[in-house]
Design a protein around this ligand. Structure first.
Ligand SMILES: CC(C)(COP(=O)(O)OP(=O)(O)OC[C@H]1O[C@@H](n2cnc3c(N)ncnc32)[C@H](O)[C@@H]1OP(=O)(O)O)[C@@H](O)C(=O)NCCC(=O)NCCS
Length: 156
């Protein structure tokens, strides 16, 4: 059985992160986006399977909430529960830091991510019109929020 671990992202992880990012997104973050996030002190972590980097999560604290800026699993490791694990880890981390909730944006067309957030108890709180670049024109963003109460972040 593969052993997984989660550790802070380093600048020298960025080339591997970009390789994953470029394969799974039509409009990926650039290396500069990751480096700037690291230097700005955002919360970036890598998910490793047997020491191989297969996912990552980027969070940013804004006052008493955390914004989920990026959560990704490499194309060949998707659908095995790792994204859910990484999200639950992020939720627990935010709760332990005493934060009140997690906010995120997702494309309406991203059915897998929407199902993941829905299962984890995120609620729709708004829509940002024409937020994302798209193949034709732009796509709205759904704004989702999950309040962090007491207890564990296990799926309902
Ligand atoms: C979204 C992402 C992080 C989810 O990680 P994952 O490891 O693939 O997902 P998991 O195996 O942990 O599954 C989590 C949930 O997603 C949903 N899901 C997973 N695969 C699915 C599929 N093929 N179809 C529909 N829903 C699916 C399910 O609700 C699942 O929960 P369940 O197993 O309790 O039913 C990953 O697919 C990814 O990196 N996608 C591309 C990048 C991206 O879209 N990131 C999010 C941007 S907002």
């Amino acid at each position: 059985m593969a052993l997984f671990s989660i550790r802070p992202m380093r600048e020298d992880d960025v080339p591997q992160v970009i390789e994953i990012e470029n394969r799974i997104y039509e409009f990926p973050w650039s290396a500069r986006n990751f480096l700037d996030s690291l230097r700005a002190g955002y919360d970036l972590h890598c998910f490793l399977l047997d020491d191989i980097l297969v996912g990552y999560i980027v969070m940013m604290q804004v006052v008493d909430e955390v914004h989920l800026l990026n959560i990704s699993v490499s194309a060949d490791q998707q659908g095995k529960g790792y994204g859910k694990h990484l999200l639950q880890w992020g939720l627990s981390r935010a709760r332990m830091a005493g934060l009140e909730g997690m906010l995120l944006e997702v494309r309406p067309s991203n059915t897998v991510a929407k199902a993941l957030y829905d299962n984890q108890g995120f609620k729709l709180i708004g829509v940002r019109k024409n937020y994302y670049p798209a193949r034709v024109g732009r796509e709205d963003a759904l704004v989702l929020f999950k309040r962090l109460g007491q207890g564990l972040d296990i799926a309902a």
